[in-house]
Design a protein around this ligand. Structure first.
Ligand code: ADP
Ligand code: MG
Length: 736
C-alpha cells in the first residue's frame, strides 16, 4: 500500500503528487492538462479531475518527488495554458468566485441595451452607437474568461464550450457593429451579445457556487481534525498549535473535545465517539493502553494520550488521501462522455455553419439565418456532459466517507449494481472477533496450565484472532510463556512450531490428523460435548499425539442480523463461508439469518466457492476482514473489507468499511448504486439535452437568449442532481 513520506519538505503518498490546477473552464481543459502531464517521462499516470481541480500524478520513480520534478510538472501545465500549484493548503481555496465582478458588470450593462430593444419609443437618435459602446465593454470585459479560454484552446488547435460562447457573442457583436458603423439597413443584436454573456456568467456563477458546495463536503473532512491541543510539559498544560505537536508528546483531551491525533491512552478513562471515522455512533470505552484516533470525540472523561502519529501520517490524513485519490480516478462510464466531449464542439460549430447556410439556401434572409447559427452555438452544452460524472463521484464518495464507507475506486460502482451473492467470512466479520477461551482440557488431568503454556507460547506469533485470544488468555492466566522456533502459520488450519524442544501443533482437528498426529478417542467425545454447546474447538498436538483441546466462543455482532436482512432486502443472497466447523457455522448462521453456509473451508476453498458461483453466472461480492481472506477478496467481483479504524490503509479492498458494522455493507452497496444512478441520469440528461436543444435552435424554435439560459440551466442541473447524494441515508433509501 501507499505510504506517506516526507522528503525535502514535500509531503506525498510515496510517488503520488497532487497539483492544484487553475484556469480550467471545461472538461476538455482537464483532458488537455492530463495529456500534457502524461507525456512527461517522469510521469507514470496523470489524472485530472475537473470537478475538484486537482491533478493526481503518479511518478515512475517510486520515490517522493524532487522539487525539480515538481517544477517540470508545473511547467508542463503552464505550457498547456493553465496554472498549477502544489496541492496542500486546501483551506485557502474557498469560495473565491472569479465570476462575481464580471457578472455584475454584465447585468448593469445589459440594462440600457435591453431598454433599447424592448422600448423602441424611448430610443435616443444615436441609440445604436451607445449600444455599440456598452456592448463592446460587456463582451470584452465580462466575456473575457470565455475569450481567453478560447484563445488558449486555439493555440492547441482545440475547442471547448468557451469557443462556442465566444463565437456566439463575438459574431453577434461584430455583425451588429458592422451594421451600425456602415449604417446598413439591418437589425442589430447588441442585446443578444450582452444578454448571452450575462446569462452564461450567471450559469457559471451558480455552477461554481454549487461545485464548491459539493467540494465543501470533502474539505470539511480535511478540517475535521483539532486545531490546537493541550500538551503536558512537566505537570503544566500548555496550549499549542496542532502543527507543533510531535510524536511521543503527551497531550490532554478534555471532555467533549476532539482528540488531537492518533495515539495511545496513558491516563484517564472515557468513552470515545468515533463516528467521524467509522460512521458508528455508539461511543467506545477506552482506558490506559487503548488506541485512539485523531478527530474522534472524547465524551465524558479526561484523557492523557501519547501521540503516535502526527500530520500526514494519521488515520484521518490517510483517509482524506484515499478519498481524493478515488475521486481522481474515473468510472468506466465516463470514458464515453470523454470521447464525446472531444468531438462535440467541432460538431456544434459545423452544425451552426450548416444552420446558417441552410436558412440562406431555403431563401430566408441573412438575418434570420445568422441568428439561428448563433442560437445553435450557445445552446449546445458540452459542460454538462463533462461534469456529469466527476461531480456525482465527488459528492457520492465524500458522503460515503462521512458514513465510514471508503469507495476506493469508482470503477467498482458498476459491480455494486450487478452483485447477486455476498459471501461473508465468519470470524471477525459476522462475529465481533472478541473471542473468549471457554475451557482448556488436558488429556492428563491437572495439566491444563502446561497445555495452555505451550499453546500460548506458540500463538504469541500468530496474527489470527483465535491465536490472539489464546495468547491473551495465557497472559491473563499468567502461564509460563516460552520462546518458539520455526513458527509456521497455515491459513485456515492452524499453527505449528517448536516450543521447549517439542513440536507443537495448534489448530483444527483435521490439521492435526493431516500431520499424522493421533487423536485419542477420549478427546473426540470431549470435543462432541463442546460442539453440542456450539463452541469452537481447537486441538493441541505435541510431537505425534494430541494432548488436549481448547474451546472458544465468539459473539455475533449486534448489527449482524439487521445487516443481513438489509442485504436480503436489496435482493442479494447472503452466504457464509468459514474455516470453522459445521456445528458452529450453522449455529451462527441461524442467529443472523444466513441459510447458505459452507463450513470447514480452507482459504483456497473460499476462492473455489467464488469461482464456482461466478461460473454459474453469479456476480459475487466478498466481505472479509482483509487479512486471511485476501485471496478470496481478490477473486471476488467486488471486495468489501471490514476493518478497524487504523487498519484501513492495509486493506486492499474495493470498498473499505471503517466501522465493523454489518449494516454498512448494505449501505455501501446502496450508496454506490445511487451514485451510479446519479451519474447515469446526469449523462442521459446531458446527452438528451443536447440532442433535443440543438435541433430546436437550428429550427429557430428557440432564440439565442433562451438558448443561453437553457444551456446554463443544463449544467447547473447536473450539479444539483449530484448534490442529492449529500443526504444519502440507508433507511431513507429503503423506504423510497
Ligand atoms: P474464518 O473463515 O472463520 O475466518 P479461518 O479460515 O481464518 O476462519 O480459520 C479456520 C479455522 O482454522 C479456525 O476456525 C481454526 O480452527 C483454525 N485456525 C486458524 N488459525 C488458527 C490459529 N492461529 N490457531 C488455532 N487455530 C487456527
Ligand atoms: Mg476471518
Amino acid at each position: 500500500m501507499t505510504k506517506t513520506v516526507e522528503k525535502n519538505g514535500i509531503k506525498g503518498t510515496a510517488n503520488i503528487i497532487e497539483l492544484e490546477i487553475s484556469g480550467m473552464t471545461c472538461t476538455s481543459c482537464a483532458a488537455r492538462v492530463e495529456k500534457k502531464l502524461n507525456k512527461l517521462p517522469q510521469v507514470a499516470t496523470a489524472n485530472v479531475n475537473f470537478a475538484t481541480e486537482v491533478a493526481t500524478v503518479t511518478l515512475t520513480e517510486t520515490d517522493v518527488a524532487e522539487p525539480s520534478v515538481i517544477t517540470e510538472l508545473v511547467k508542463a501545465v503552464q505550457a498547456a495554458g493553465y496554472r498549477a500549484n502544489l496541492h496542500e493548503e486546501r483551506e485557502e481555496k474557498k469560495q473565491k468566485n472569479i465570476y462575481t465582478v464580471r457578472l455584475v458588470a454584465s447585468i448593469v450593462l445589459l440594462i440600457p441595451v435591453a431598454i433599447f430593444s424592448f422600448a423602441p419609443s424611448i430610443r435616443p437618435s444615436s441609440w445604436k452607437e451607445i449600444a455599440l459602446v456598452v456592448a463592446a465593454v460587456a463582451v470584452a470585459y465580462s466575456g473575457w474568461p470565455f475569450h481567453k479560454a478560447t484563445f488558449v484552446n486555439l493555440k492547441h488547435l482545440a475547442m471547448s464550450m468557451d469557443t462556442l460562447v465566444s463565437l456566439g457573442t463575438l459574431s453577434a457583436f461584430i455583425w451588429s457593429a458592422v451594421v451600425t458603423l456602415a449604417n446598413l439597413n439591418a437589425p442589430v443584436y447588441f442585446d443578444e451579445a450582452v444578454g448571452i454573456t450575462a446569462v452564461i456568467l450567471i450559469g457559471r456563477f451558480i455552477e461554481d457556487k454549487t461545485k464548491y458546495q459539493a467540494s465543501d463536503l470533502l474539505s470539511s473532512l480535511f478540517e475535521l481534525g483539532a486545531k490546537d491541543v493541550y500538551v503536558l510539559r512537566g505537570d503544566k498544560e500548555e496550549l499549542i498549535d496542532i502543527k507543533q505537536l510531535k510524536v511521543d508528546d503527551i497531550f490532554v483531551v478534555k471532555p467533549g473535545t476532539k482528540i488531537a491525533t492518533d495515539g495511545i491512552v496513558v491516563g484517564g478513562s472515557s468513552a470515545v465517539d468515533s463516528s467521524i471515522i467509522t460512521g458508528e455512533s455508539l461511543p467506545v470505552e477506552v482506558g490506559p493502553g487503548d488506541q485512539v484516533i485523531g478527530a474522534t470525540i472524547n465524551t465524558y472523561g479526561e484523557l492523557h494520550v501519547r501521540a503516535e502519529k502526527v500530520g500526514g501520517e494519521t488515520a484521518l490524513a490517510e483517509i482524506a488521501k484515499l478519498i481524493s485519490e478515488a475521486q481522481g480516478k474515473k468510472a468506466n462510464i465516463q470514458k464515453l462522455a470523454d470521447r464525446t466531449s472531444a468531438i462535440f464542439v467541432p460538431f456544434v460549430v459545423a452544425a451552426a455553419v450548416l444552420t446558417f447556410l441552410g436558412w440562406l439556401l431555403f431563401g430566408y434572409g441573412v438575418n434570420s439565418a445568422f441568428i439561428a447559427g448563433v442560437a445553435v452555438l450557445v445552446v449546445a452544452c458540452p459542460c454538462a456532459l463533462g461534469l456529469a460524472t466527476p461531480i456525482a463521484l465527488m459528492v457520492g464518495i465524500s458522503r460515503g466517507a462521512r458514513l465510514g464507507i471508503l469507495i476506493r475506486d469508482p470503477s467498482v460502482l458498476e459491480n455494486t449494481r450487478k452483485v447477486t451473492t455476498i459471501i461473508f467470512d465468519k470470524t471477525g466479520t459476522i462475529t465481533d472477533g472478541h473471542i473468549s477461551v471457554r475451557q482448556v482440557v488436558s488429556l492428563i488431568p491437572g495439566n491444563e496450565k502446561e497445555l495452555l503454556s505451550l499453546a500460548a507460547s506458540l500463538e504469541k506469533s500468530s496474527e489470527h484472532l483465535i491465536g490472539k485470544a489464546i495468547y491473551e488468555y495465557g497472559l491473563s492466566e499468567k502461564v509460563l510463556l516460552m520462546k518458539n522456533d520455526n513458527f509456521i502459520s497455515v491459513p485456515g488450519e492452524g499453527v505449528l512450531g517448536e516450543v521447549a524442544g517439542d513440536k507443537i501443533f495448534v489448530g483444527k482437528k483435521n490439521f492435526l490428523t493431516q500431520n499424522s498426529i493421533t487423536i485419542p478417542e477420549s478427546l473426540n467425545s470431549i470435543e462432541q460435548d463442546f460442539l453440542d454447546k456450539k463452541e469452537s474447538v481447537i486441538f493441541i498436538g505435541k510431537n505425534h499425539e494430541a494432548i488436549g483441546l481448547i474451546s472458544l466462543a465468539d459473539r455475533v455482532k449486534e448489527s449482524a442480523k439487521e445487516g443481513i436482512q438489509a442485504i436480503k432486502n436489496l435482493g442479494i443472497k447472503p452466504m457464509m463461508v468459514t474455516g470453522d466447523n459445521e456445528v458452529v457455522a450453522h449455529h451462527i448462521g441461524g442467529m443472523v439469518g444466513i441459510e447458505n453456509i459452507v463450513a470447514n473451508a480452507m482459504p483456497g476453498d473460499k476462492v473455489g466457492c467464488i469461482d464456482g458461483l461466478q461460473s454459474q453466472g453469479e456476480v459475487v461480492a466478498m466481505v472479509g476482514d482483509g487479512i486471511n481472506d485476501a485471496p478470496a477478496l481478490t477473486s471476488a467481483d467486488l471486495s468489501i473489507g471490514i476493518g478497524a479504524g487504523t487498519d484501513i490503509a492495509l486493506a486492499a479492498s474495493d470498498i473499505t468499511l471503517m466501522g465493523g458494522s454489518l449494516t454498512a455493507v448494505a449501505e455501501a452497496i446502496m450508496l454506490s448504486r445511487k451514485t451510479l444512478s446519479v451519474i447515469k441520469s446526469n449523462l442521459i440528461w446531458a446527452f438528451g439535452y443536447n440532442i433535443v436543444a440543438i435541433p430546436l435552435a437550428m429550427l429557430q424554435i428557440i432564440n439565442p437568449l433562451v438558448s443561453a439560459g437553457l444551456m446554463s440551466f443544463s449544467s447547473i442541473f447536473v450539479v444539483l442532481n449530484a448534490l442529492r447524494l449529500k443526504s444519502f441515508h440507508l433507511e431513507k433509501e429503503s423506504h423510497e
